[in-house]
Design a protein around this ligand. Structure first.
Ligand code: SF4
Length: 434
């Protein structure tokens, strides 16, 4: 549970959530330029006719520096859950001098924010994959343990409670993650098995899975490939016996393939790719229809009719990337932590259309010729040369993930502009948005 002051509600989860709430986030993460641009776009939105069928404008903002034209996504950067978590973490440090403060694992998937927290004396109990770095046994009731925005498992909460550690006050679990837990509970109560589309090792999916498993049978599917294999157990195409090795560590204790795949419902990690979750849900639904010869009237008896559980930030950021990709650009740069799920999906969307460079800060832009960037496929950084085509103007798309500070995006803009001697100075561009 979140601190009462930060607890807000979503109609579905009985908590009211306002993504418009403003948080006290350290100034080092802010950017005057990006703040001015976002403010201006919000004002324009109120005056403009809707630019999309949804009634919202997802066109990018053109930052015209002359020889360099940067198209900035309409939505990017810190989301509600991240700002909430950062505010609570830094306030906890400020209010508790001399006390030992721990984080269960990474606060959010951004190396800069995690390093800053560590430099303020916060220590991590586990790494991002759940490996124990500091034993729970070494904790005492005088210690503070912050639960990250991804949430945690009931088992870990119990371990903390038995050591007398108050968890409610320092729980930064995002309400949009809690919404997935609530949705899982609703599905489980109606006797559907919960299928979670998520990355099995991701903190959020581990938390969602363990909470779902406490309510009923649950399975995690990573992607469409795994969903297709799961559907073969539903249809009987594959023998039950191979399920347990194929989905090792991805099914709830006592899972019975024969009985537990007769009624299913799908939820997802809040940061997955919307189109992937939709395709997976559609595939599993169709498998149920074919296997049980269902009609539109009887489908719900086997397949819980739910919408995806992506959060507003994931939806907005992905839609804004689609809007940005309408521009016929030369390249895209996506900023964010390399282990950030939501950021990696923005990269995937861009990669489908044009050369894309995934970097975690401006330092990776080594020169106007060389860039060090993360390759999602090899999971390694690699050096590319000639990423900025010699043309005038060059058109570049820019966005960042929900855990990336705006100051990094400004740093990237500033670094790129410096490569073009005749470019409009940043200060002059800022005036256009004030
Ligand atoms: S990405 Fe969504 S679910 Fe995750 S912390 Fe941000 S708002 Fe919450």
């Amino acid at each position: 549970m979140l601190d009462a002051r930060y607890r807000i509600t979503n109609p579905e989860s009985r908590i009211f959530v306002s993504p418009m709430k403003s948080f006290d986030v350290p100034i080092i993460y802010r950017s005057p330029l990006i703040a001015a641009i976002k403010k201006k776009r919000k004002e324009l939105d109120k005056m403009k006719k809707p630019a999309s069928p949804s009634g919202r404008d997802f066109t990018p903002t053109l930052l015209d520096f002359g020889p360099l034209q940067i198209y900035l996504a309409r939505h990017f950067g810190f989301c509600y859950g991240v700002e909430n978590a950062i505010e609570i973490a830094f306030r906890t440090v400020e209010e508790n001098p001399g006390r030992r403060i721990f984080l269960l694992s990474e606060m959010i998937h951004n190396p800069h924010v995690n390093n800053d927290l560590q430099s303020h004396g916060i220590k991590f109990l586990q790494d991002t994959y759940g490996k124990q770095l500091i034993p729970f046994d070494s904790l005492s009731q005088d210690d503070i343990v912050l639960i990250p925005a991804f949430g945690t498992t009931p088992g870990i909460e119990e371990k903390l409670k038995t050591r007398g550690i108050p968890i409610e006050k320092y729980d930064t679990t995002c309400p949009f993650v809690e919404k997935v837990w609530n949705r899982s509970e609703v599905i489980a109560k109606r006797n559907y098995t919960i299928i979670i589309h998520g990355k099995p090792g991701h903190e959020e999916t581990r938390a969602t899975f363990s909470r779902a498993a406490a309510k009923g049978p649950a399975v995690v599917v990573r992607d469409m490939k795994e969903a297709i294999e799961l559907s073969k157990y539903i249809s009987g195409e594959k023998p039950e016996s191979t399920f347990y090795t194929e989905f090792n560590d991805q099914y709830s204790p006592g899972f019975n393939v024969k009985n537990d795949l007769k009624r299913i419902g799908v939820v997802n990690q809040t940061t997955m790719l919307a189109s992937d979750t939709q395709a997976i849900a559609d595939h599993l639904k169709q498998t149920m229809i074919n296997t049980y010869k269902l009609s539109p009237d009887t489908t719900e008896a086997r397949f819980a009719d739910t919408r995806d559980t992506l959060c507003y930030a994931t939806n907005d950021n992905q839609t804004a990337v689609s809007g940005m990709l309408e521009i016929n650009a030369d390249l895209a740069i996506v900023a964010g932590g390399y282990n950030s799920s939501n950021t990696s999906h923005l990269v995937e969307l861009c990669e489908e259309k044009l050369p894309t460079y995934f970097i975690n800060d401006e330092e990776k832009i080594l020169s106007d010729r060389e860039i060090l960037h993360y390759d999602l496929h090899t999971r390694q950084e690699k050096l590319s040369t000639g990423y900025l085509a010699r043309k005038n103007p060059i058109k570049l798309l820019l966005t960042s993930g929900a855990s990336c500070p705006d100051a990094i995006v400004e740093g990237i803009i500033s670094k790129l502009v410096a490569f073009y001697p005749g470019a409009l100075p940043l200060t002059k561009l800022l005036q256009q948005f004030q």
